[in-house]
Design a protein around this ligand. Structure first.
Ligand code: HXC
Ligand code: NAP
Length: 291
């Protein structure tokens, strides 16, 4: 439990901000989009499945009374990305791009086919690059400022067995953020990243958290705060990073993982030591010898 939720944001904080979230029809992208809309943003989402996008748009209309723009687009296809951006710009320029679309699954790397490797890398690395390059090109040509934010994973920093294509692709996306922060900084374009720890979603859990994986060692055990993330916590960070309050932050990726990667770095014994009774700690103290 994270206690009572009190928003620190003005209800109109994002009014006038036009934002595209790739893969915004499901999971974390949907939750972030919901928060953006609630704070007044003009939201656009894209994904490959028209019915998923339509369902999300309807849900936002029913619950928030707001219409959002949807585009069917496979971000692996550079031409499709450009066509989508043309259509988006016809209704008004974007202020923010959120590269959220991803693909991932558990597999032993030596058994991956080239198509399997490409399936992940093309979405995560190339898709993020195609969207960012296209939007950046338009911002630069128009002399507009903008923010391109990308959702990363811990694996971008540390690597990760059994999800090697994703780790490689997210590491590339992190390199893009850092590189473009410098190259596009003079234009007033910020590039930032978010590194979420475990936030349950159907998409991630169905592919990455089979019972065999979590049965004996619940994920929470590997998180310093001993719990999973809640979507509103990630959404709040994603609001801050695109807001004017974060106007001096660029080239940075902010970790929001309850201390998961540091718990991992501390090693398995740290978790066990945290379970030791007082008597074990007491037994380690030097014994007082009678004089
Ligand atoms: C081995 C696999 C595989 C698996 C697919 N392939 N799944 N190989 N193990 N589990 C292989 C296929 O056999 C095929 O290769 C190739 O990958 C392409 O498969 P398709 O099904 O045709 O691909 P496509 O329809 O393009 O789907 C892409 C996908 C799919 C990545 C495979 O999972 C997808 O659409 N994912 C989108 C959503 C998603 O992944 N969400 C989770 C994000 S979570 P061959 O050679 O046989 O033809 C995340 C980090 C979370 O990113 C961190 C949590 C802590
Ligand atoms: P998700 O619900 O499966 O989200 C992935 C989204 O990407 C889907 O809406 C999917 O829609 C879209 N997508 C996939 N391939 C696409 C393509 N080629 N073109 C356009 N859209 C595409 O999973 P999630 O957990 O919310 O993940 C969202 C982001 O958070 C990802 O970047 C992921 O790496 C990151 N992340 C998640 C966690 C976690 O714990 N959940 C942790 C760390 C990082 P379609 O299938 O309809 O295209």
């Amino acid at each position: 439990m994270t206690g009572v939720r009190v928003s620190m944001y003005r209800p109109d904080l994002l009014r006038g901000q036009r934002i595209l979230i790739t893969g915004g029809g499901t999971g974390l992208g949907k939750s972030i989009g919901q928060r953006y809309v609630a704070l007044g943003a003009d939201l656009v989402i894209c994904g490959r499945r028209a019915e998923v996008l339509a369902q999300t748009a309807q849900e936002f209309k029913d619950t928030l009374g707001v219409s959002i723009e949807t585009h069917v687009c496979d971000v692996r296809d550079a031409q499709a990305v450009t066509s989508m951006m043309d259509a988006i710009w016809a209704n008004g320029p974007l202020d923010v791009l959120l590269n959220n679309a991803a693909g991932n699954f558990l597999a032993r790397t030596e058994r991956l086919s080239p198509r399997a490797f490409d399936a992940v890398v093309d979405i995560v690395l190339k898709g993020s690059a195609y969207c960012t390059m296209d939007v950046g090109r338009r911002w630069i040509a128009a002399g507009r400022k903008g923010t391109a934010m990308s959702i990363l994973t811990q694996s971008a920093m540390t690597g990760m067995p059994y999800t090697v294509p994703s780790a490689m692709a997210k590491a590339g996306a992190l390199a893009m953020i850092r590189s473009l922060a410098v190259e596009w900084g003079p234009y007033g374009i910020r590039t930032v990243g978010v590194v979420p720890g475990p936030f349950p979603t159907e998409g991630a859990w169905s592919r990455l958290m089979p019972q065999e994986r979590i049965g004996e060692a619940p994920i929470e055990q590997g998180v310093a705060l001993r719990r999973l993330g809640e979507h509103h916590e990630l959404a709040d960070l994603c609001v801050y990073l695109i807001s004017d309050s974060a106007a001096f932050i660029t080239g940075e990726a902010v970790v929001i993982d309850g201390g998961r990667w540091l718990q991992g770095a501390a090693g398995a014994s740290a978790y066990h030591m945290q379970q030791w009774p007082d008597s074990t700690w007491d037994s380690l103290k030097p014994k007082k010898t009678a004089t």
